[in-house]
Write a protein that binds this ligand. Structure first.
Ligand SMILES: Nc1ncnc2c1ncn2[C@@H]1O[C@H](COP(=O)(O)OP(=O)(O)OP(=O)(O)O)[C@@H](O)[C@H]1O
Ligand SMILES: [Mg+2]
Length: 362
């Protein structure tokens, strides 16, 4: 899959942009605060239908304007697809695929697959389990609409169950009515656990291999899902229901649900050391990168089509050896990579990003 063309209108600091890209390496060079991250954000927006950066979606509309537009043209082998996102200050965002409006964001999943890495992704290693769950959820949603649906269903049921746990009603009447949420939670939650186990099982060998490659065989990466590892759906459901029953008193006391995939995590260690607590900055960054590059590989296998790779400001904090190896790895996919300066590379296209404009440099 490749991005052939991007048009932006009033997107962050871009007024009007119309730019063509090439297969292979597309290098976005520019000083700080010029619009490199903004442009990569726009491309990734078309992949997952949201921004990982904007806390309020409307903040992407250029200051002083009333609407913004992203128009992306992609090609999968011979099939061309146009994705249009339209944001307005006053109405809901609209998404069109080949000019046909879609009703739900889930319809966008799988149209345009991309793997995105930015300095913020370091959160995935350093911070809360929530960031690692997000990593799994975004990946699996891109390759399975069913999963996307399961996650939103699970979240809705969880919200209702937690509301009930917090309600002023007495414990016995809560106990009587909670069954309906428990059944729904166990039903969708068990499937989520199966999907995630599967994902990690596939990711693990690639992540370990890529990490060895990036670190010149100096580091061994280990990944492990912290949740249930059972792979029989019925057994999982039974376990789920009995764990909910067992935790009922604790849940009531705390006002939320203690058991379930919304509490799960990925344990990440390097050379048997917990990387979250003890890893160096460069080491954590390399681990995050290994996970992303492995994600690229398995997405390729799952979809039979190479996703695009977006690497925002990734080279800082990597030593020259790791940089060199990373750039070598990138030739596998159409890659967008941004930074302030790059070495001369063969077969790469260089773009200059300056004050909300982008143009092909050489
Ligand atoms: N809605 C908006 N309207 C206009 N400008 C915006 C909007 N949102 C962000 N910007 C501007 O975009 C600029 C930042 O762009 P961006 O983050 O893409 O920079 P960058 O080239 O990635 O820089 P760095 O190298 O520091 O990461 C800032 O000047 C910011 O004010
Ligand atoms: Mg940036």
């Amino acid at each position: 899959m490749i991005v052939e063309k991007l048009q932006l209108q009033n997107f962050r600091n871009y007024s009007h942009t119309d730019v063509k890209f090439f297969s292979g390496l597309n290098i976005l060079q520019g000083s700080n605060v010029q619009g490199k991250t903004n442009l990569l954000e726009a491309i990734y927006f078309c992949s997952i239908g949201k921004s990982l950066r904007a806390s309020r979606e409307k903040e992407i509309i250029k200051f002083g304007e009333n609407f913004a537009k992203i128009n992306l043209e992609i090609r999968k082998k011979v099939k061309k697809t146009a994705i249009l996102l339209y944001f307005s200050k006053n109405t809901k965002k609209t998404v069109k695929i080949n000019n046909i409006p879609i009703q739900r964001i889930s319809e966008l999943m799988g149209e345009f697959n991309a793997v995105y890495f930015s300095p913020d992704e370091l959160k995935m290693i350093k911070e809360k389990p929530e960031d690692r769950r997000r990593f799994m959820d975004i990946h699996i949603s891109q390759t399975s609409k069913q999963y996307f649906y399961l996650i939103s269903r699970y979240e809705k049921i969880l919200l209702n169950r937690n509301k009930l746990l917090k309600s002023p009603a007495d414990k016995n009447s809560i106990k009587e009515t909670i069954d309906i949420w428990d059944t729904g939670l166990a039903e969708s939650g068990s499937k989520i656990i199966l999907f995630r186990n599967d994902f990690l099982k596939n990711l693990k060998p690639y992540a370990e291999k890529v990490h060895q490659y990036l670190t010149s065989n100096k580091e061994n990466l280990m990944l492990e899902y912290s949740g249930e590892k059972e792979n029989d759906l019925d057994v999982l459901k039974k376990k789920f229901l009995s764990a909910l029953k067992q935790n009922f008193d604790k849940d009531i006391k705390m006002g939320y649900t203690n058991y379930g995939p919304h509490r799960d995590d990925i344990k990440v260690s390097v050379n048997d050391i917990d990387i979250r607590s003890y890893g160096s900055q460069g080491q954590q960054r390399t681990v995050a990168l290994s996970l992303k590059l492995a994600e690229l590989e398995i997405m390729y296998q799952e979809t039979n089509d190479m996703p695009i790779l977006i690497l925002d400001d990734v080279l800082s904090e990597l030593d020259s050896k790791r940089r060199e190896r990373l750039l070598k790895f990138c030739v596998k996919a159409q890659t967008f990579i941004s930074g302030t300066d790059f070495p001369e590379l063969k077969n790469a296209h260089y773009y200059k990003v300056e004050n909300g404009t982008i143009k092909l440099d050489k």
